[in-house]
Write a new protein. Structure first.
Lengths: 1128, 214
């Protein structure tokens, strides 16, 4: 007989088995089991019926009918990607339009609702009305459709949060980040009022178009991180509401926003005003106004309960704001604002601190308000008044009270000094605030104005009455802000004279013909004369070529083309142009200056010719249909080998395609077809990617021309076709069709970075990546507009042809400091660090941590395809156009038992490789092929090998411990507890220390096994981590901290104004470049610390004693391209 | 579940190094189990107002917001961890909508016991009664319902919980032990004892010839 315990144990095992078998569908009988397990007969007899009973009663399959479509399913032209949300009315999905590639939010009605005919009809009618609304704060509806038995509508996909998530969740601080992003650090009230302004503006627009929203509530208002507010579900919500009101499981949350008059069946625009007022009320109060627990109770409250005064909840709430909201939510519609625009106007006035209309203010309040607005003046006035009064007192009593007088005078002076100090402090604060705000605007001045405000703040710093430490801290803060500003592109305006040609490739020379026929070349803008050519007739067009010392001259009277090298006295004839030459309208060179495209027009004909320069050999002549009105667009690729043409007028068949013609073969090599007319095109510097702007949808499609494949899409809400991509491939500009504004995009991340109004069209790019445009001013001058990219930070993103990225991971630098490898969920991308170009791709599947062997430069990959070594060879190229030829592969497969390692590392020689693979880690000795297994470990993610290959260290994420192993035997030497999981493991060169990062940088002494903080200078000095000074990067939320070791001194905090979160970091050996990867934006950010230092120097915030020599000349951006082959 | 454990392990490996789509498919794998748990534990006052799907969605959001490095890489531990997140979400709903405050003494005590949301006898009984689908079963349901409710209510909370975990949430013995935070062996014993007690209770209440004996 068993003891009771072991019997229970065995019975437990049997019960598990029986349950498993029953769930597999086996029909167990008592007799059969008793036969199988005779020893447990009594137990089985006792428990089996209970087991069967409880299993049979298990409600595993719930009777839920599938009412909604599934991910991957196609609805009409859309493919469903994933579910975003689910509500009473239907389910919202992210979906992609198959042909346009556009991502939309697709709201799909449940089939139950679709069956209701009147409801369906009404839904479609309302949706169509709402789709006519075009407003920056209304989520646009693209389409209403019906397919596969579902009724749906497609809206723009908004990346934001609903206000109820932001304000009304228990995690009450989520709106604080947004407020920061908007620059409302403290003023919570204006922040909410600003939201109200945008919503009210949109409502005013909709009401004017005769559309009511009918269900304004926090859940229907979305807010984006950059501040735009969107109203969703226009005109549709009411239908939703109707089902809700009649269905049993109705949501009380929705009920409380319904205006009182709706219960008696009346609804007009003032109902939306009420709901908006109530929404703002709740955002401010952070709690519902009507918080009944049942439907009846809430309705009763809406109809009868007196609203609770906001100021009784929050006594700091400005009176005006309370007045506005009380007016908006008045129970009697006649007492509310008459229109949404009136509400908007009052909210706007509140934000601007102007008096509102809703109620009159008392005189003392008006005075107080004026004083608040004009603090400096008030302070001055008060001071003057005080001094005057005091002076009168002094004069009156001087005779009698000399002692008293002296005291009074002292008091006056002290007051004056205090006021002065306070004034400077206020001024300082306002400079900082305006610098911060400018950075977030995406408008001109975001960099330069911000920097100049910071410069003024820096100059004010010594005058502030503070302790030295506080001053130093403020200086640090100013520097942090300045660094964020330097990452932004900005605009410079300058002028040129009529008839003056500027060297657009270098922006430092100009040429102009004077009245006596001399063509004079000057330095620009200093006007110093460099060269002169005489006898140039007035019909001559002249233009600089990319070679900085020559000009192209086109004599339109003789139809001859000349070349003038400015160190020579005369120009030489290049060629004669064809006899019917009309008027030159366009002249552009390839980047290398070896080809030139000349386009001319007569009244009825448009002719384009591509010539070799300076030989003058004509390669290609293309004539284009031309209606004498619109100028057909022809663009020469940067390498001069292809031209892209658009033909035909708007909405004709021909205008929907872009023809690509090879200059060398004169054949059409590609035809890019679109659904609508093409507006304009722009080549990327790789001469393979073409951006094509569409006229009607304003979308910009990216094509890979050789493969004739669409590889990306910009959605331009403001309207405009791409005009130009900078020669470094960083910025893409688009101009609106009627030429009043320009949008500048980051070319690879497709994010808008700058928007401004101008008459110019950006038409040229300088060699250093600036975009240039101009337009004629009245006074015979030309306004030049120059977009300066950030000189400090570049963003790199993967070439879309190499597959899309979901996880953008760790990075490794090749020993020559030029090739950068970035791991991702679909292979490893290789970038040229100097030019920022994506130069290659190693297709190894899921590979998150590439590793370049320090000495040999071989690339190690550990991916789902196993562990491989890819030899890398770099040499000079035979091809004149390419300076460096690199080759990667073929791969050598190395033995490793587990796929999916999280990290690999090796010693300097690459002979010893260590890999982390979750429950185990491996050491591979390549010399003798030995494979050692370390572990079992608990979730090992990180591994590092000492430079000499003697030690291996692993870090476990679950335990927060570091284990040091003997690399030769695979035996554990020591286990050390770190407070938190350790990252970025790094051995010192002598193998004595291991640095790592937990919550802060730490150092483990491998002799004493002591862990110490790294940023403590004392510890750092003792550890003597490296021979010279070195920089380390330490990631923080939204920024990367660069510190110097061994001192631990903070050098810079690298962050972008929108606080992009970085996940992986590296720094080059020469301490000059910091490379950061962000998994959020799937981009790699390269910071040039030396240029950053120079920029900061200009505003007196330069680094003190940076760890690089100041004498070393800045490398010029040589057009030294690298070409890379990957041998699979 | 067993046949695709390799696939789950694979997804887990991808998800824990930050791949959002694998997190989604992973969630898909456990969705039905979580749904089962919600149906069992969600207060009926709340379930009248909220769709379980909404709560699942919220759980997924919580999951995707949790740091990719924070969750365990073995599949059984993962589910227990995920269930923990789900319990927190549910607890939050109960707290928000049933007026239970953070300082509510009852909640704190039950939190310490790690059984914040005990499977309520009402819900259990509801389950048991409702799941008989044939007409005769349905006729019996009302009669059985109140008697089952009192029967299950009379059981020790820990017995109730272990039965719910094993049978209604269909957790494995290992997972059950993890959730209860006791040794697997001890969990097994508790389970067998709970089964025995249930059997005796049933016998006491309905006699040996119970209508549902198989």
């Amino acid at each position: 007989m068993f003891t009771d315990h072991s019997n229970e144990d065995a019975l437990n095992g049997l019960a598990n088995e029986f349950v498993e078998r029953m769930r597999r569908g086996e029909n167990l009988t008592l007799e059969q089991l008793v036969q199988e397990y005779p020893d447990f007969e009594s137990g089985i007899r006792e428990l089996l019926p209970t087991l069967q009973w409880i299993e049979r009663l298990d409600p595993a399959a719930s009777p839920c009918e599938r009412e909604t479509p599934l991910a991957g399913q196609k609805l009409g032209e859309y493919t469903i990607l994933r579910q975003i949300g689910h509500g009473g009315m239907g389910t919202v999905y992210e979906a992609v339009h198959q042909r346009l590639g556009r991502h939309v939010a697709l709201k799909v009605l449940t089939q139950r609702q679709t069956k209701n005919g009147t409801l369906l009809e009404r839904f479609q009618r309302e949706a169509k009305a709402a789709a006519t609304l075009h407003h920056t704060n209304v989520v646009p509806i693209f389409e209403v459709g019906e397919a596969e038995g579902y009724v749906y509508y497609a809206m723009q996909l908004v990346y934001g949060h609903a206000l109820d998530q932001v304000f009304l969740t228990p995690a009450m601080d989520s709106h604080v980040e947004l407020m920061k992003a908007w620059g409302y650090d403290k003023d919570h009230y204006s922040f909410i009022a600003k939201i109200g302004v945008q919503v009210a503006d949109a409502l005013a627009h909709a009401h004017a178009a005769g559309v009511l929203h009918r269900d304004i509530k926090p859940a229907n208002i979305l807010i984006e991180a950059m501040g735009n507010v969107w109203i969703a579900d226009f005109g549709l919500a009411q239908i939703d509401g109707m089902c809700d009101l009649t269905s049993a499981g109705e949501v009380i949350g929705t009920l409380r926003y319904i205006p009182p008059e709706n219960f008696s069946g009346r609804a007009d625009a003032r109902g939306d005003i009420y709901s908006l007022g109530l929404t703002l009320y709740e955002l401010l109060a952070r709690k519902p106004l009507f918080a009944g627990s049942s439907r009846a109770e809430v309705i009763h409250q809406i109809l009868n309960a007196p609203p609770c005064s906001l100021r009784s909840i929050d006594r700091h709430l400005p009176k005006d704001l309370e007045t506005i909201i009380a007016t908006a939510i008045a129970r009697d519609p006649n007492c509310r604002y008459p229109s949404a625009s009136a509400l908007m106007e009052d909210l706007r006035r509140f934000c601007a601190k102007e008096p509102i209309h809703a109620s009159r203010l008392s005189t003392p309040e008006r005075i107080m308000r004026w004083c608040r607005q004009h603090r400096a003046l008030t302070a001055a006035a008060v001071l003057t008044l005080t001094m005057l009064l005091l002076l009168i007192t002094i004069v009156t009593f001087a005779y009698y009270r000399e002692n008293r007088l002296r005291n009074d005078l002292q008091v006056t002076l002290e007051m004056a000094v205090t006021a002065d100090v306070q004034g400077r402090q206020n001024l300082f604060d306002s400079y900082v605030a305006s610098a911060r705000t400018a950075q977030l605007t995406h408008r001109p001045g975001q960099r330069f104005d911000s920097l100049s405000a910071l410069h003024k703040a820096v100059q004010l710093l010594p005058d502030l009455d503070t302790l030295t430490e506080v001053r130093e801290e403020r200086k640090e803060n100013l520097r942090d802000l300045a660094i964020a500003a330097t990452t932004l592109p900005d605009i410079v305006y300058t002028k040129r004279a009529n008839g003056e040609a500027i060297d657009l490739y270098h922006l430092d020379r100009s040429a102009r013909r004077d009245e006596s026929g001399n063509l004079i070349v000057r330095q620009w803008p200093s006007k110093e004369v460099i060269a002169c050519l005489s006898n140039v007739n007035e019909h001559t067009y002249f233009e600089f070529t990319p070679n900085r010392d020559e000009l192209l001259l086109l004599d339109q009277s003789t139809h001859t083309l000349h070349r003038w090298k400015i160190d020579q006295a005369a120009a030489s004839l290049v060629t004669e142009l064809h006899p019917e030459w009309g008027k030159l309208v366009h002249c552009s060179f390839s980047h290398d200056g070896r080809r030139v495209l000349l386009a001319d027009r007569t009244d009825d004909r448009a002719w384009n010719e591509v010539l070799d320069w300076p030989q003058g050999k004509s390669n290609l002549q293309v004539s284009i249909t031309y209606d004498g009105e619109n100028t057909p667009a022809v663009k020469l690729s940067p390498d001069g080998k292809l031209i892209a043409t658009i033909e035909g007028n708007y909405r004709t068949e021909g205008s929907r395609c872009v023809r690509i013609i090879s200059v060398d073969t004169r054949r059409e090599v590609a035809l890019l077809l679109h659904d609508e007319s093409v507006e304009s095109t722009a080549w990327y510097p790789d001469s393979q990617t073409l951006a094509v702007g569409l006229t009607d949808s304003n979308d910009v499609v990216l094509w890979n021309v050789p493969m004739q494949r669409r590889i990306g899409l910009f959605i331009d809400q403001r309207g405009g076709g791409p005009k130009l991509c900078s020669n470094r491939g960083e910025l893409l500009s688009s101009s609106s069709t009627w030429g009043s504004s320009i949008e500048v995009w980051h070319a690879s991340t497709k994010k808008s970075v700058l928007h401004f109004s101008t008459y110019a069209v950006l038409g040229w790019t300088s060699n250093d990546g600036r975009l240039v445009g101009d337009y004629r001013l009245d006074a015979g001058e030309w306004q030049m507009v120059i977009v300066e990219p950030s000189s400090v930070m570049r963003k790199l993103a993967r070439n879309p042809l190499h597959g899309s990225v979901e996880a953008w991971r760790d990075l490794s630098l090749h020993k020559d400091g030029r090739i950068l490898a970035v791991g991702s969920d679909s292979g490893i991308s290789l970038f040229d660090l100097r030019t920022g170009q994506d130069i290659g791709y190693v297709p190894v599947g899921y590979a998150l941590h590439p590793w370049f062997v320090p000495d040999t430069g071989d690339l190690l990959t550990y991916s789902e395809q196993g562990l491989s070594r890819w030899p890398v060879t770099i040499g000079n190229s035979a091809d004149a156009e390419i300076s460096i030829q690199a080759r990667i592969g073929p791969p050598e497969k190395l033995v490793c038992p587990s796929a999916f390692g999280t990290q690999i590392s090796s010693d300097d020689s690459g002979q010893l490789i260590a890999a982390a693979a979750g429950a185990k880690a491996y050491i591979l000795h390549r010399r003798d092929g030995r494979l050692l297994t370390l572990g079992p470990l608990l979730d090992c993610r990180q591994v590092a090998v000492s430079h000499d290959g003697k030690l291996v260290v692993t870090s476990s994420r679950q335990e927060g411990s570091l284990v040091v192993w003997d690399a030769d035997t695979g035996e554990e030497i020591r286990r050390v507890q770190s407070q938190a999981p350790a990252d970025a493991l790094d051995f010192s060169r002598d193998g004595r220390y291991l640095s790592f990062i937990t919550k802060s940088p730490q150092v483990l002494d491998l002799k004493t096994w002591q862990i110490s903080e790294w940023d403590n200078p004392l510890n750092a000095r003792n550890t003597n981590l490296s021979d010279g000074r070195r920089l380390v990067v330490h990631l923080q939320p939204g920024s990367a901290m660069v510190r110097e070791v061994p001192s631990g001194r903070k050098l810079a905090m690298l962050a972008t104004p929108d606080e992009t979160r970085f996940n992986f970091a590296a720094i080059t050996e020469d301490n000059l470049h910091v490379i950061l990867n962000s998994n959020d934006t799937h981009a790699t950010y390269i910071w040039d610390l030396r240029k950053l230092g120079q920029e900061l120097e200009k505003i007196d915030l330069g680094f003190e004693n940076p760890p690089w020599s100041s004498e070393a000349a800045l490398e010029t951006l040589e057009e030294q391209s690298i070409s890379l082959d990957v041998d699979r | 579940m067993c046949q695709n454990s390799a696939e789950i392990q694979n997804l887990l490996a991808k998800a824990c190094i930050g791949c959002p789509s694998s997190l989604e498919s992973l969630f898909g794998h456990y969705r039905e189990r979580l749904h089962r748990m919600l149906r069992l534990r969600m207060d009926r006052r709340i379930s009248a107002r909220f769709d379980e799907e909404d709560v699942l969605q919220e759980i997924f959001i919580q999951l995707s917001q949790s740091l990719w490095g924070n969750f365990p890489v073995t599949s059984d531990l993962f589910y227990v961890w995920l269930r923990g997140i789900a319990m927190n979400v549910l607890l939050e709903h109960h707290r928000r909508h049933l007026g239970t405050h953070k300082r509510d003494a009852r909640l704190e005590i039950s939190l310490q016991r790690q059984s914040a949301l005990e499977a309520s006898s009402h819900v259990l009984a509801n389950y048991l009664a409702a799941s008989g689908t044939s007409p005769s079963d349905a006729a019996m349901a009302d009669e059985l319902r109140s008697r089952l409710e009192s029967l299950i209510d009379s059981m020790d909370p820990i017995d109730k919980e272990v039965l719910a975990l094993r049978h209604f949430e269909q957790l494995s013995p290992h997972e059950t032990a993890e959730v209860l935070q006791i040794q697997e062996k001890a969990a097994g014993m508790r389970y067998i004892r709970a089964l025995k007690r249930l059997k005796h209770l049933m016998a006491d209440t309905f006699g040996e010839s119970t209508p549902w004996s198989v």
